[in-house]
Design a protein around this ligand. Structure first.
Ligand SMILES: [Zn+2]
Length: 219
């Protein structure tokens, strides 16, 4: 008996149930991987991509880390992006954040938490850049949620600046990057309207998306 006994039992029951309902499910899934989306999201256990968009295994290629970041120097996320775009030929990249994100809160509070402080440093820089506007938002929770939205917008911008996306666009690929944010309180995804298909629209769309964040929170 190990501490994983219950988990392994659940797995056995699940595999049995799926095989009974769809006898060819595992055969088909094991033949090839052809997902429609790349999902870059937060590690938060409550934001499970397949569940919240109600898609089965095989449809979403996934990369998750604390506070759903895409950093230029991060080999992990950059490799995932390259594989998704150049090998799996995925055309839709979704960067999904969520409200009340613990990683964003860590950056917001600027307190000592160990290694994670380094990981969220870039979000702290975003906070400093918009400190004056964030201070105009009355409730602290809303300030954190506004920073959650700004973080999504900035991470999408980082993806736009990546070599992989620039190369894809230079070869006329139909690559879209979407910035979404998930509401833990009602299960809805909100589009932050930052999808573009070429570099020349970037600055305008980026500026409008940032302005929209503050329009939402500053009454
Ligand atoms: Zn989070």
């Amino acid at each position: 008996m190990t501490s994983l006994t219950k988990l392994l039992e659940r797995n056995k029951n699940w595999a049995k149930k799926v095989s009974k309902e769809k006898p060819d499910f595992f055969d088909k899934l094991s033949q090839q991987q052809k997902p429609d989306y790349l999902w870059i999201g937060c590690s938060d256990s409550r934001v499970s991509e397949n569940q919240i968009v109600d898609l089965p295994a095989g449809k979403i290629f996934v990369h998750r880390n604390i506070a759903n970041q895409f950093l230029q120097g991060d080999m992990n996320s950059n490799s995932v992006l390259q594989y998704a775009v150049e090998t799996l030929n995925i055309n839709h990249i979704i960067l999904c954040g969520h409200y009340s994100c613990g990683g964003v809160l860590t950056a917001f509070e600027d307190s000592y938490n160990g290694l994670v402080d380094h990981w969220v440093e870039n979000i702290n820089i975003i906070k400093c850049e918009y400190q004056e506007s964030l201070d105009k938002i009355k409730e602290i929770n809303d300030q954190v949620n506004a920073l959650c939205e700004l973080n999504v917008i900035y991470q999408v911008r980082n993806i736009y600046s990546s070599d992989v996306v620039r190369r894809a666009w230079a070869s006329d690929s139909n690559l879209y990057i979407h910035g979404l944010i998930y509401k833990l309180t009602d299960g809805n995804l909100i589009d932050l309207n930052i999808s573009i298909t070429n570099q020349k629209d970037l600055n305008n769309v980026f500026k409008n998306a940032v302005n929209a964040v503050f329009d939402r929170y500053i009454k």
